[in-house]
Write a protein that binds this ligand. Structure first.
Ligand code: SF4
Length: 289
């Protein structure tokens, strides 16, 4: 295979070659970038280690960002995890995702997956799932290749940038990537991966990119927390046999059309949405005075 342009092609290739979606992505990289499987795995493992470091740092973070808008909320939620309505696993996942996003807000090292703004979603969901399943590192690496394949398809057919398609393109894509990774980790079928991507992404369509003062902090940090949990739910639905009526590729097309139709005020310009609220404007004025 020389390329894949759609989720349907990824699934079909996995079916025809009787292999996993992660193997299809690895083979694609071997053919197109002349990277051996071993080298690719080394690189992806390095990425996972960076994700783990960010998760660890995020869970202990008390440092405020330079703007003072974020920092310390992940730790608060983590400390509360045994008392909430949604249960320890959900709260730990949300806290982890917020933690990684807080690390990004203080200029710490993260893996953009697919972007820095959405950097907490894939690691938090994958870490929670891997802990729950007792997954081996190689399985986690495979799940990351699957996530990468989904990100590549979205990039080829729509966008992964908030400035182009709103937050649906950043956090929405991250949700699709994370949901796909979780199904891969659990040994779900390629079709289930497609359904997980569709379910995760279609429920974030139209999400505005409206960061207060133009900083990747509000609403971004807490949004990472919400969406990591959203991705886990999409993976669970798909593995339970729930199917998306609209196939993943059509969801991606819809996301692209919605992104093009969005006004520029909600595409990372900080001119609309939450950035344009009374509080948002006051904060921006104070910060840039
Ligand atoms: S609101 Fe904008 S800057 Fe923040 S995570 Fe979403 S796309 Fe990125």
């Amino acid at each position: 295979m020389t390329s894949f342009n759609s989720i349907a092609e990824l699934i079909q290739e996995a079916r025809e070659s009787a292999c996993s979606v992660s193997q299809v992505v690895i083979h694609w990289e071997m053919e197109n970038n002349q990277l051996s499987e071993g080298r690719q795995r080394e690189i992806m493992l390095k990425n996972w280690h960076v994700m783990e470091e960010a998760l660890e740092r995020g869970m202990k973070n008390t440092e405020k960002s330079l703007s003072g808008l974020t920092g310390g909320d992940a730790l608060k939620l983590y400390a509360y995890r045994q008392h909430g309505y949604t249960g320890e696993a959900v709260l730990s996942t949300a806290a982890s995702a917020m933690g990684v996003s807080e690390v990004n807000a203080v200029m710490g090292r993260i893996v953009a997956c697919p972007t820095a703004g959405s950097c907490g979603i894939v690691p938090a969901a994958l870490y929670a799932a891997a802990m729950q399943r007792g997954s081996r590192t190689e399985e986690i690496v495979d799940a990351l290749f699957t996530a990468a394949g989904i990100g590549m398809v979205v990039e080829a057919n729509a966008s992964i940038a908030g400035a182009y398609g709103g937050c649906q393109a950043e956090c929405g894509t991250a949700a699709g990537m994370a949901a796909a990774a979780l199904v891969q980790l659990a040994g779900g079928s390629p079709e289930m991966i497609g359904n997980a991507v569709a379910l995760a992404m279609k429920n974030l369509l139209g999400l505005a990119c409206d960061p207060v003062a133009g900083l990747v902090e509000v609403p971004c940090v807490k949004r990472n927390g919400f969406i990591a949990v959203h991705a886990m739910l999409a993976a669970d639905m798909a593995m339970a046999g729930v199917k998306s009526v609209i196939p993943a590729d059509e969801v991606i097309d819809a996301m692209d059309r919605i992104g093009r139709a969005m006004p520029s005020s909600i595409k990372e310009t900080a001119e609309g949405g939450l950035a344009a609220t009374k509080t948002g404007r006051e904060l921006a004025k104070k910060l840039f005075r």
